[in-house]
Design a protein around this ligand. Structure first.
Ligand SMILES: [Fe+2]
Ligand SMILES: [Fe+2]
Length: 357
C-alpha cells in the first residue's frame, strides 16, 4: 500500500469511528462500537478502458465472507489514490447484526496518550531492571551499528518505553473518566484493551532499549501522587479526549506507521507495525468517545471540542540529530515533516468533517 493510500485509509477509519461516511448520505452509521472494516481495495484495469464509477465498483471489489449472511453491509465510499493502470476504492464493510464481539475481537486499538496531570506528562524513570529487560524477544541486528548510533537508539527506545509505560496509567485513568460519566460498555471494553496494548508496547520498547544498551532496562516507580485527576464534567472529558486522543494519538499513530515503513530491520519493522496498528485503534477509540460525548452532552460539549480543534496546530516534536531509520530512529526534521503532513492531510479533514456533521 502506498503512503497516500495508508493516509487515506486511516482518514476513513477515523471518520468511521466518529460515525460519518465519506459521502453525505451514502453510508448509514452503525452504532458506536459496531464492528466495521474500512479499507482501500485496488485492482488492475484489465479489459476496462477506465475505472468503473463508484456505484458500479461494488462488482469489482472482493466480497465479504458468506459466513456473515445478511448481517453484512458493504459499500464503496469513494475513489482512492491509484497508480496508473489500477483502480482503487474506499470500501466499508459493516457487520450490523451481532456487532459486538466480546470474544477475541482485537479491533480496539499509545504511543501518544500518556498519563497527564495539570498538562504535565507523568512517567517513570528508566532504570536497570531485569524484570522488563529483553527476555525472549529476539535482538535487532547490532553488528553494523556504531557506538554513537547505539547510544542514540538506547535513548530513542527508552523514551518510547517511558511514554508507552505512562500510557498504561493513562488508559486506566481514562477508564475511570468513562465510568464516572456513564459511558457505554463498548467504550470501556476498548479502553481496557488499549491499556493492555500499552503494556505490550512498553515491554517491546524496554526490550529493544535493553538490546541496544547491552543491559536490561525498565521503569522505576511512577510518581503518581496521591490522587487521580478524574474529569469532573463531560466537557472536561471531551476536551481531554480531543487533545490527548484525537490530536496527539492520531498524530503518533501516523508517525509510527511512517517509521515502520522506513524500518528495514525485521525485528524493528515488526515491532513498529504492531505499535502503529494498535495506536491507530486507540485513535479510533478517541474519535468514538468524542462522538458519544457530543451525542450525550449536546451543544456545550460540541462547542468546547470545536474550540480545541480551532486552536490545534501540528505537534512540535523534538528529536534526534542523528537518524538510524532502519532501526526506527528518524532525524528530527523528518519526524516534523511527517507530523506536519499528518496534521494537514489527516487531522484537518477529519476535524472539519466531524465538526460539520
Ligand atoms: Fe496508544
Ligand atoms: Fe502504545
Amino acid at each position: 500500500m502506498t503512503r497516500d493510500q495508508r493516509l487515506w485509509k486511516f482518514r476513513l477509519r477515523l471518520l468511521g469511528a466518529f460515525g460519518i461516511g465519506m459521502l453525505p448520505g451514502l453510508f448509514a452509521s452503525p452504532a458506536i462500537g459496531a464492528q466495521q472494516d474500512r479499507r482501500v481495495e485496488c485492482f488492475d484495469l484489465g479489459d476496462l478502458t477506465t475505472c468503473p464509477p463508484i456505484d458500479a465498483a461494488l462488482n469489482y471489489v472482493s466480497e465479504p465472507s458468506d459466513e456473515s449472511g445478511d448481517c453484512v453491509q458493504q459499500e464503496v465510499l469513494g475513489r482512492a489514490p491509484a497508480d496508473e493502470g489500477t483502480c482503487c476504492y474506499a470500501v466499508s464493510t459493516a457487520y450490523v447484526c451481532d456487532y459486538i464481539d466480546y470474544d477475541g475481537n482485537e479491533d480496539c486499538g499509545c504511543y501518544g496518550r500518556p498519563y497527564v496531570v495539570d498538562s504535565e506528562v507523568v512517567s517513570a524513570p528508566v532504570i536497570a531492571n531485569a524484570a522488563w529487560g529483553p527476555g525472549e524477544m529476539p535482538s535487532p541486528a547490532l553488528e553494523r551499528l556504531t557506538a554513537e548510533q547505539r547510544a542514540a537508539l538506547v535513548e530513542f527506545w527508552s523514551d518510547n518505553a517511558r511514554a508507552e509505560h505512562s500510557s498504561i496509567a493513562g488508559f486506566h485513568r481514562f477508564a475511570l473518566d468513562l465510568f464516572a460519566h456513564g459511558a457505554p460498555p463498548e467504550l470501556l471494553d476498548c479502553c481496557i484493551r488499549a491499556a493492555a496494548d500499552e503494556l505490550a508496547h512498553a515491554r517491546i520498547c524496554y526490550a529493544l532499549a535493553s538490546h541496544y544498551a547491552g543491559e536490561p532496562l525498565g521503569p522505576g516507580p511512577m510518581p503518581l501522587g496521591d490522587s487521580a485527576p478524574i474529569a469532573r464534567t463531560l466537557v472536561e472529558l471531551a476536551v481531554a479526549t480531543a487533545r490527548e486522543g484525537c490530536l496527539a494519538e492520531t498524530s503518533a499513530a501516523w508517525l509510527a506507521s511512517e517509521m515502520a515503513s522506513r524500518a528495514s530491520d525485521p525485528i524493528i519493522r515488526q515491532a513498529l507495525d504492531r505499535i502503529a496498528r494498535e495506536e491507530a485503534e486507540h485513535a479510533e477509540l478517541a474519535w468514538m468517545t468524542l462522538r458519544w460525548a457530543i451525542e450525550t452532552g449536546g451543544p456545550e460539549v460540541r462547542h468546547a471540542v470545536a474550540e480545541v480543534f480551532a486552536d490545534a496546530t501540528p505537534t512540535r516534536i523534538g528529536g534526534a540529530a542523528l537518524g538510524v531509520p532502519e532501526h526506527g530512529l528518524l532525524e528530527a526534521r523528518e519526524v516534523q515533516a511527517i507530523v506536519d503532513r499528518g496534521f494537514r492531510e489527516l487531522l484537518v479533514p477529519v476535524m472539519q468533517a466531524a465538526m460539520a456533521a
